[in-house]
Ligand binder design. Structure first.
Ligand code: NI
Length: 200
């Protein structure tokens, strides 16, 4: 019975996730009808990455705090920085409660997003924001646990200027690492602050 249930949940999530993603111009996916009960248990998990100060971090580093996890890359022209501005504004609106949530920006472009590049980048946003990167394998593993899609689009004329299509959601995780909720990158800061206040 237990095995049967797990298989059913996994199949339901796989079907749901196939239907859920649609790609926006510029490569940012959004999702519809994603947060089924079946899917919730399957988002998140252990990870090993490197913080913008060069120190290794894992899920254990953040135990005891809510995590607000957002994936992207520092060369993203518009949506990633807009999403980080939303997070910054929402945390400012949250006031003292903001200390209960740790925002992390996880790179899907570890080749260009070195810890130093992440350090420069996160300094433009909320002071509590951690920039996380790592080896290609570490980043791929992290994205997999969050069911995050990303794909490098080569630029033949300017190979250094490739772009990375990626899904752009914010995931709120509980202090014990369980999935709580997700938000679109274009959520209004006031709405995000209100939701966080209710969920923290
Ligand atoms: Ni982006």
């Amino acid at each position: 019975m237990r095995i049967g249930l797990v298989i059913t949940m996994t199949a339901a999530f796989a079907l749901g996730s196939l239907a859920a993603f649609a790609l926006l111009p510029g490569g940012h996916a959004y999702l519809k009808g994603f947060a089924t009960q079946q899917g919730r248990a399957l988002i998140g998990g252990p990870f090993e990455l490197v913080r913008h100060d060069g120190k290794p971090v894992t899920h254990k580093t953040y135990e005891g705090k809510h995590l607000l996890v957002y994936f992207g890359f520092t060369h993203c022209p518009d949506i990633c920085p807009a999403g980080l501005q939303v997070i910054t504004a929402a945390l400012e609106k949250l006031g003292p409660k903001a200390k209960d949530v740790k925002p992390v920006f996880v790179s899907v472009d570890p080749q260009r997003d070195t810890p130093d590049a992440m350090k420069d980048y996160v300094s433009s946003f909320h002071p509590s924001l951690d920039g996380l990167t790592g080896s290609k394998a570490q980043v791929a593993a992290m994205a997999r646990t969050y069911r995050v899609y990303y794909n490098i689009t080569p630029n033949p004329e300017h190979p250094e200027d490739y772009t990375v299509d990626h899904s752009g959601f914010m995931y709120l995780m509980a202090p014990d690492g369980r999935y709580v909720a997700h938000f679109s990158h274009h959520v209004a800061p006031a709405k995000l602050a209100e939701r966080l206040a209710a969920l923290l």
